[in-house]
Write a protein that binds this ligand. Structure first.
Ligand SMILES: [Fe+2]
Length: 166
């Protein structure tokens, strides 16, 4: 995930420096993030934390964190779609305000990075601390990494270029 964000960042820097950027790569990256990550990966995280939220041993501040996580997933979905639409407009040479494009791109990248930090620093350690073996059993089968079209064993053809560029 961080690798993908870094690749997008690299191409954005090129655009900002008026160099030739690999827009098809940014397109593929956003396609992956808005399809696989938003529609498959985030629901997996949401299921995990919904389970956690229902446990009696959870306090209110933890419940607030779960709410924040869910809200961030929804916000990322909206921001990702807006950025992806902007890329497609630039690709099809629809005139677009430079500032508007930069804003959408930055807003999306910053939100993604901040979200990943939040998960890595707070939410995943929390889940590891709080969830017991029987909780993980109940969640078994949720989120099978093998079926990830980019990082699983099977790289879908549509993501081959992206994979090679990372
Ligand atoms: Fe997430």
């Amino acid at each position: 995930m961080v690798q993908i964000l870094n690749a997008i960042e690299r191409e954005l820097r090129r655009l900002e420096g008026h160099e030739a950027a690999d827009l098809p790569l940014v397109h593929d990256a956003l396609h992956y993030l808005t399809n696989y990550a938003d529609l498959y990966h985030h629901p997996v995280e949401d299921r995990l934390f919904e389970h956690l939220e229902r446990l009696d041993r959870i306090d209110d501040s933890t419940r607030d964190q779960v709410v924040r996580l869910r809200e961030e997933h929804q916000a990322l979905y909206v921001k990702g779609k807006a950025f992806f639409d902007a890329i497609r407009e630039v690709e099809s040479e629809v005139a677009m305000e430079r500032r508007e494009f930069d804003h959408l791109a930055r807003d999306y990248l910053d939100s993604q990075r901040q979200h990943l930090d939040f998960e890595e620093a707070i939410m995943f350690p929390l889940a590891r601390r709080v969830l017991a073996a029987e909780d993980w059993d109940a969640l078994a089968g949720v989120g099978d990494i093998e079926s990830d079209p980019l990082f699983g064993h099977l790289v879908h053809q549509e993501y081959e270029r992206l994979k090679n560029a990372l």
